[in-house]
Design a protein around this ligand. Structure first.
Ligand code: IYR
Length: 225
């Protein structure tokens, strides 16, 4: 048995420690910012610079992940022909979902959102970001590397991505056409990548409306012991 090697370390670049009141102000400002995020289905066709998307993806790539294996891939799509094919693939699945696959209980849960099989926003929005979770990694020599907590890691990265895009002044829709296997085919993704979700990104159409739905209160979502 070989002796374990010490991990290499660096001094921690700690965030500046804030006074308690200042922390509370910052926490409140952040809460107010993120509370204004809404899932939107009515996008303007206006373009968004690629550099903004790149910065937000870098933010997503800073997420914590199992054993720091960073098991995510993001494919940012602005090509109109590709968006059209993704819309066609998604709508084909959604037609099946709404007319056959979805149990009545699921359709009832979706009723307040007013969703249906039509997904024009997949063509209207300037960017689609297809997010993939790598169930395992592949080394240059072809050997497979196990990934730990891939779903959790990609979920955290996606949360940071959504928050980064919102902070930049963009709107998003977390879209999950089901099943999403057609994304591997259209985007030429390898076997080890499973579609996680399709993020629709852009600006809101003028006069866009959102469902009148509420968020749970702190008491309903948290406990202190
Ligand atoms: N994928 C379908 C259905 C759908 C499912 C859930 I859960 C939602 O929160 C919203 C929609 C669609 O996109 O219409």
């Amino acid at each position: 048995m070989t002796a374990p090697t010490e991990p290499r370390t660096l001094p921690f670049d700690a965030p500046r420690r804030a006074e308690d009141e200042h922390m509370l102000v910052r926490a409140r400002l952040f809460r107010e910012l993120v509370a204004r995020r809404r899932s939107l289905r009515d996008f303007a066709p206006d373009p968004v610079p690629r550099a903004v998307i790149e910065e937000c993806l870098r933010a997503a790539g800073s997420a914590p992940s199992g054993a720091n294996l960073q098991p995510w891939s993001f494919v940012a799509i602005s090509d109109p022909a590709l968006k059209q094919r993704i819309r066609a693939g998604a709508e084909a699945e959604e037609r099946e979902f709404y007319s056959q696959r979805a149990p009545a209980e699921w359709l009832a849960a979706l009723a307040p959102l007013g969703t249906d099989e039509r997904k024009p926003f997949l063509e209207t929005a300037p960017w689609l970001i297809a997010i993939f979770a790598q169930s395992y990694g592949v080394l240059p020599d072809g050997r497979k590397v196990k990934h730990y907590y891939a779903q959790e890691s990609v979920g955290i990265a996606t949360g940071i991505l959504i928050t980064a895009l919102h902070t930049a002044g963009l709107v998003t829709l977390t879209h999950t056409p089901s099943p999403m296997g057609f994304l591997n085919e259209l985007l030429g993704r390898p076997e080890n990548e499973r579609p996680f979700l399709l993020l629709v990104v852009g600006h809101a159409a003028s006069g866009a409306r959102v469902p009148d739905i509420a968020r749970k209160s702190l008491d309903e979502i948290a406990a202190f012991r």
